[in-house]
Design a protein around this ligand. Structure first.
Ligand code: UD1
Length: 337
């Protein structure tokens, strides 16, 4: 049983990882600046896990704030979720992305080293593959930056590789997420983007909730079965389990790993819309608009290495993703009313 510090722990993936860790008997500690998380998430997590979840407010670019939480909580490992992650925004504000995602990582690593702590699980992204030559994509595929966000994730991976090569005491788990979606089954935590969402499932949720008239489908002339883009949607609780397995492997003394976290199965935009419609109980409206610049036809994980190295396998399907998302969105609407 370990104490795990979660930077960005009040955010979407971090909060679900917190639940998975607590359920396995670990003690999660949150560090978050609440720039893209609600203030009441730590309370919700405490109710959900049945125990208080210590939470420190701070920015990953602030070494003193990091030093304080490391000294006070003496964690056994860190999961680093705190980062910016919107592709379009990264093209408008590349320096912010470099400051938070790259300088923030380096600051965190420095604070960890000063505290004698060298076990880290790093949130990377399938975006490091750029436009992949092969799908399902294995971890050995080349990395290519196609926007500043992707650039920062590749640089993060490279920094961690250099560090681990320079000092074998570092054990790093690099986890490349495909498309996380859905919510915890309790509907007490979920994805809650501030402002207009960019990603498909939260946008469909807005259509279902009547906040958006219809979904705009970005292109139906791709070389896919129904012509719309195909992605590997992974339930956020499966993703959370992957993080728990990764950190447990590092805590057991393993040297580190680079792993895709996906299901290995792709679904088209229209399949996701239909599945969400089933969860809601009615068909949801859409119209086809031109392709979104920079989109690729198909993104899908080769999940074999994660299964071989961690015994990880995504268990929840697209219907469960949609049902849990809808339960969360409806619950939020009821709480706000
Ligand atoms: C996007 C990012 C990716 C990032 C990931 C996680 C781009 C080009 N890629 O991935 O780098 O790692 O989010 O945050 O932004 N779609 C519609 N209509 C919409 C929204 C989306 O048809 O209104 C389609 C897209 O064309 C795509 C699929 O839905 O085929 C999924 O889109 P999205 O949720 O934005 O994820 P990615 O494009 O895979």
């Amino acid at each position: 049983m370990a104490v795990i510090l979660l930077t960005g722990g009040a955010g979407y993936v971090g909060s679900h990882a917190c639940v998975a860790l607590a359920a396995a008997g670990h003690s999660p500690v949150l560090f978050d600046d609440f720039s893209n998380a609600r203030e009441d998430v730590p309370d919700r997590l405490a109710r959900l896990t049945g125990a208080p979840v210590p939470c420190y407010r701070g920015d990953v670019r602030d070494p003193a704030a990091l030093g304080r939480v490391l000294a006070a909580q003496n964690p056994d490992a860190v999961m680093h979720f705190a980062a910016l992650k919107a592709v379009g925004e990264s093209m408008d504000r590349p320096l912010d992305y470099m400051a938070v995602n790259i300088a923030g990582l380096v600051t965190l690593l420095g604070a960890m080293e000063a505290a004698g702590l060298r076990r880290l699980v790093y949130s990377s992204s399938a975006t490091v593959y750029g436009v992949p030559d092969v799908t399902p994509t294995p971890e050995s595929a080349p990395r290519r930056a196609v926007n500043p966000y992707g650039f920062t994730k590749i640089k993060g991976e490279e920094i961690l590789e250099q560090l681990a090569a320079s000092d074998p005491r570092w054990a790093v788990g690099v986890l490349r997420y495909f498309n996380p979606a859905g919510a915890h089954e309790s509907a007490m935590i979920g994805e809650d983007p501030s402002g207009r969402p960019n990603n498909l499932v939260p946008l469909i949720a807005r259509v279902a909730a009547g906040q958006l008239r219809r979904l705009e489908v970005f292109g139906d002339d791709y070389s896919t079965p129904d012509g719309t883009g195909v992605r590997d949607y992974i339930h956020v609780m499966d993703l959370a389990e992957g993080h728990r397995l990764s950190v447990e492997r590092l805590l057991a003394g393993a040297p580190g790993h680079v792993l895709n976290l996906g299901t290995g199965r792709g679904h088209s935009v229209l399949e996701v819309l239909a599945a969400y419609g089933r969860a809601v109980g009615r068909e949801l409206p859409y119209r086809v608009v031109p392709r979104r610049p920079g989109d690729v036809p198909v993104y899908c994980a080769d999940p074999a290495r994660a299964e071989a190295e961690l015994g990880f396998r995504a268990r929840r399907d697209l219907d469960e993703i949609c049902r849990s998302s809808w339960a969360w969105v409806r619950g939020q609407a009821a709480r706000r009313a």
